[in-house]
Ligand binder design. Structure first.
Ligand SMILES: [Zn+2]
Ligand SMILES: [Zn+2]
Length: 467
């Protein structure tokens, strides 16, 4: 593959397809960022698939297999399989799941599908949204096949990501897999996607306003790597999506196209960091992952990933505003140490609450729980650097109002009841979520400063998610 080397201005001004196979020497972080994907497009694209497959294989495809979810079989047959076969493509089917069942990207299912790939299949198409995208990456990586993703809903940002969220023994983990050779988001199909899936995409993108602030916060307090490029490279896309929020609510093709391009770019913002998900996943994703766990441990209803992330983002935007207003000087580090539960109590409590998943919590607790002296030092350091901290984080932390208003215009569900979660589920996510994920976020800082459980209630009020 030929790669082009870009300047900063050039890199930031290109759309996702313009970044195809590009290399960028980053003036911010000193690293080399690469885009390993050939084609990334939003438009009327089904008929262009055969040409794209030929470009990838460098000869006309002899045998292609298409992976899809039986839950949307008619849409895929009508919108994709029939036109491709009419085009003369030798296409056999690789269906997953069944009608009326919400499919999950289980590794076991992925392995079964990999076994069902025919020996003479040269290339795979994954036609669907989040779960099919993740499963196709898994199957293609395991069977060493190139693949094209045809996105059918603008519901999440992983199409152009080199990671996938896979579930094994009820636990979701992010795994590094081969990138797609081409990603097509078909507008004709996407405008007819269920509105809740369109909203989910808006919700997943909204995470940008929390996760980069969390990432910067983590670097400021604990050191480590940070690069502002992912935040910058998605700025214009966010502006376009927010400006066309009303159009999204009405399935306006232009607005859906903006949303699709924003989704491609957002995935790339993780891909250029070799799968580091920090620029697209902060505390709002911690909340969402914790709520996902409750579907297994307490059989709460499942929601779309992006829908939960959207609600989580609103809560965390309120949390940033809450934290900005506290007076850190009023916190007595010794009292925080005296009042916090001993680590043994936390480990026992997690065992009782989360059963099979408790070891994951407890591993995180053991790494995050500071010794008394270290915690006192941490709090004092944060107190001394309070204004510096907020100056560092401010460029990545927009106001609650500036994000909530466009989401409202897009018709997004933003209450806990819209994701079938109670106030208690939300408080638990804020306090226990950080013990389930190793990532350091504002929630960890709040815990270290002894602000829970009071902060949790106050933040939910501020966020306006309780009605
Ligand atoms: Zn960089
Ligand atoms: Zn996400």
């Amino acid at each position: 593959m030929a790669t082009s080397i870009l300047s900063l201005q050039d890199f930031l001004s290109r759309d996702s397809n313009g970044l195809s196979y590009s290399t960028f020497f980053c003036p911010y972080c000193g690293q080399t960022h690469q885009v390993p994907i050939g084609e990334m497009r939003v438009g009327h694209l089904v008929e262009e698939i055969p040409h794209s497959l030929e470009r990838i294989l460098q000869h006309p495809p002899r045998k292609v297999q298409i992976l899809f979810d039986r839950a949307i079989e008619e849409i895929i047959v009508e919108g994709v399989i029939r036109p491709l076969r009419q085009n003369g493509l030798n296409l056999s089917l690789l269906p997953a799941g069944q009608k009326g069942v919400l499919l999950d990207s289980e590794t076991e299912l992925g392995n079964q599908l990999a076994l069902a790939v025919d020996d003479d299949t040269e290339i795979l198409i994954g036609a669907g949204s989040g779960v099919i995208c993740d499963l196709t990456k898994w199957v293609a990586t395991r069977t060493h096949r190139p693949f094209l993703i045809l996105g059918t809903a603008p519901s999440m940002n992983a199409y152009t990501s080199i990671t996938a969220t896979m579930t094994e023994n009820d636990v979701k983990t992010s795994v590094l897999l081969n990138p797609a050779d081409a990603v097509f988001l078909d507008v004709d199909i996407m405008v007819n996607a269920p509105m809740e899936m369109i909203h989910a995409g808006v919700g997943d993108l909204a995470a940008r306003s929390i996760c980069n602030a969390d990432w910067k916060l983590s670097q400021f307090i604990r050191g480590g790597y940070f690069c502002p490029l992912p935040y910058e490279m998605t700025a214009e896309n966010e502006r376009q999506v927010h400006a066309s929020a009303r159009g999204i609510a009405h399935r306006d093709p232009r607005a859906i196209t903006f949303l699709g391009e924003a989704i491609l770019k957002s995935g790339l913002s993780m891909t250029i960091l070799n799968g580091e998900t920090s620029p697209s996943s902060g505390a709002e994703h911690v909340i969402s992952h914790f709520w996902d766990l409750l579907t297994h441990t307490r059989h709460l209803p499942k929601n779309l990933h992006g829908t939960q992330v959207g609600v989580g983002t609103i809560i965390m935007l309120a949390f940033y505003e809450y934290m900005r207003k506290i007076d850190p000087g009023k916190i007595d580090p010794r009292q925080v140490v005296r009042h916090r539960p001993p680590v043994e109590d936390l480990l026992r409590e997690n065992q009782v609450r989360y059963g099979k998943a408790a070891p994951i919590f407890n591993e995180v607790v053991k790494t995050k729980y500071l010794s008394d002296d270290a915690l006192i030092d941490r709090i004092r350091w944060v107190q001394d650097h309070w204004e510096h901290l907020w100056n560092a984080v401010a460029p990545y932390a927009p106001s609650l109002a500036s994000i909530r208003e466009p989401l409202r215009q897009a018709g997004m569900p933003m209450s806990l009841s819209s994701v079938h979660r109670s106030k208690e589920d939300a408080i638990e996510a804020l306090i226990k979520g950080p013990q389930y994920r190793s990532r350091y976020t504002l929630l960890d800082l709040a815990w270290e400063m002894g602000l829970f459980p009071e902060a949790a209630e106050a933040v939910l009020e501020m966020a306006g998610v309780l009605d």
